[in-house]
Design a protein around this ligand. Structure first.
Ligand code: NAD
Ligand code: DAU
Length: 337
């Protein structure tokens, strides 16, 4: 039996990963450590929360005593670190908490992985550590790190720490760097759920600048299967890019969603651009495809349809997460743009 400590498992990707592991790999035991920040939500785990092979712990990855206690008590053999402050816009307003969780939190987990000689430490990183691309080319695992935002700088710092712990102390690690995810349970501060939520409510869709920035979209379940492959099949010390080969401009994404919902394109409103906005991301995922035989299960069009249907069918989940905190962030960030 694999005994995993998954951090950030009440968030978007971590929650989807926990659900996938509990459902498809029932021989695993998962301790799910999450601080339940504004982005963490036990409502996203309602169907799996009480499973016998799942234990939820509310707590901070910066709390080394708690992490040590969990590892000892549950005989943990691997950590998969999803916990993070994850929203670029929030990092522009309030960078400090990004350093605390994304850097100090990762350091704390690494120290425990080293001291307890865990079999594996998987760091969930991001393609944003590479910075921005021009109109051509793709990020490979050899692309130098050149982060642009406080968020991506904190994630790049964590990647450096992970590699340094491998090099210096022999921690058996992997790092995954994925492109933009979308799918069920994503907090509606990110582009796709924000556009769906606003369109469902006939509200304007704020598109930054000219809307021609490009992202490479991947359905969240496919990110989860890639992380599972890395955890269970990759040699230690390897870094893997993960992506959907699905580049779209933000305007294309907004229009596809409006069309699917039968709403007019006139809802799109161009607003002042994000400071330091990365123009284009694109992933060369050939290493994980060839070495670990991974492939996405859906196209962008199929995944987007599933996602829109999910948000339409789960309006109560959406209503619950659009809290007072969300409304206050939304008003501060978008007013006067
Ligand atoms: P999210 O914001 O939806 O979830 C983050 C989770 O971490 C939340 O449940 C939150 O409560 C928890 N958390 C925050 N600080 C914590 C702390 N100090 N201790 C314990 N828990 C804490 O994020 P997400 O979109 O699911 O991203 C998960 C990971 O994947 C992040 O590391 C992110 O950098 C990475 N990533 C995200 C994307 C994407 O498109 N969303 C793409 C590539 C990589
Ligand atoms: O590439 C992986 C990264 O993708 C992850 O590491 C991050 O955690 C995740 O948040 C995401 O970062 P982005 O900044 O690319 O995602 P976001 O959904 O915030 O924005 C996607 C694009 O849409 C980006 O070009 C900015 C634009 N945008 C976003 C919002 C929220 C808008 O035009 N309007 C908006 O209101």
């Amino acid at each position: 039996m694999r005994r995993l400590l998954v951090t950030g498992g009440a968030g978007f990707i971590g929650g989807n990963f926990v659900r996938m592991v509990l459902s498809e790999h029932p021989d695993c035991f998962v301790v799910n450590l999450d601080k339940l920040t504004y982005a963490g939500n036990l409502g996203s785990l309602a169907d799996v929360l009480e499973r016998a092979n799942h234990k939820f712990v509310k707590g901070d990855i910066c709390d080394s005593r708690l992490v040590e206690q969990i590892v000892d008590e549950h005989n943990i053999d691997a950590i998969v670190n999803f916990a993070a402050e994850s929203h670029v816009d929030r990092s522009i307003n309030e960078p400090k908490v990004f350093i605390e969780t994304n850097v100090t939190g990762t350091l704390t987990l690494l120290q425990v992985a080293r001291d307890k000689n865990l079999e594996r430490f998987v760091q969930i990183s991001t393609d944003e550590v590479y910075g921005a691309l021009g109109p051509e080319g793709k990020f490979t695992e050899q692309t130098p790190l050149s982060p642009s935002s406080p968020y991506s700088a904190s994630k790049a710092a964590a990647d450096h720490l992970v590699r340094a712990f491998g090099h210096t102390y022999g921690v058996r690690f992997n790092i995954t760097r994925c492109s933009n995810n979308y799918g069920p349970y994503q907090f509606p501060e990110k582009l796709i759920p924000l556009v769906i939520n606003n369109a469902l409510n006939d509200k304007d869709l704020p598109v930054y600048g000219d809307g021609l920035q490009v992202r490479d979209w991947l359905y969240v379940y496919d990110h989860c299967t890639a992380v599972w492959k890395v955890l269970t099949e990759a040699p230690p010390g390897e870094i893997y890019n993960i992506g959907g080969c699905s580049e779209k401009t933000n305007l294309e994404v907004a229009k596809l969603i409006l069309d699917r919902l039968g709403k007019p394109h006139s809802l799109i409103k161009h607003v002042t651009d994000r400071p330091g906005h990365d123009r284009r991301y694109a992933i060369d995922a050939s290493k994980i495809i060839n070495q670990l035989n991974w492939a996405p299960s859906v196209t962008f069009e199929q995944g987007l349809k599933k996602t829109i249907d999910w948000y339409r069918d789960n309006h109560q989940w959406l209503a619950n997460v659009v809290s007072a905190e969300y409304r206050s962030f939304y008003d501060t960030w978008y007013s006067g743009r």
